[in-house]
Design a protein. Sequence first.
Length: 204
Amino acid sequence: MCITVAVATAASVPRFREEQIAEKLGQILKDIRIPDEVTARIERSLDRTQLQQRDRLASERVRLEQRLEEMKRRMDQAYTDKLDGKIPEDFWQRKMIEWQVEEQKINVAAAGLRTSNNDRIGDAKRILELANKAYFLYLMRKPAEQGRLLRKVLLNCAIDGISIYPTHRKPFDMIFERAKREEWSGREDLNLRPPGPEPGALPG
């Protein structure tokens, strides 16, 4: 299990037995836990942000729908004016191309609202949950599953004959530093980002 997350192999760390390495790696997860009162404060702030985001997206969705309806009215009216001879054919064709491009932009913007809704808030909540349950989950899982769990939290992990030196993924690096110094300050703690691929990251 340790080889899947460590720079060194078991052969290069003779002072550590496999179970000792597993215990030390588990301690890494234990050290990223966020205090319950801080977690509750962050969750309340995330919930408020989520409600604000929903309101903003709903307002933007209405605005885009109104623009789309207005665009369709213009297109219908222009077609009627062309049939009635009020505008020439070439002018109608040129305006139709402009309006169709604008209509496509509106549809793309509306689709973006649907796909991005609450993504960041959901990611932040999952990070909080993982930070506070990682150690418990680690203890309950088999070695292969422990390795997958560690890769969600660690970018890399170097081992010598004495110690283990983890490099945390973002935002677990920030959580670890705050936990180590016991510095929790409210809004700053909301600067959460989901763990993802980084240069030099361990393979999944």
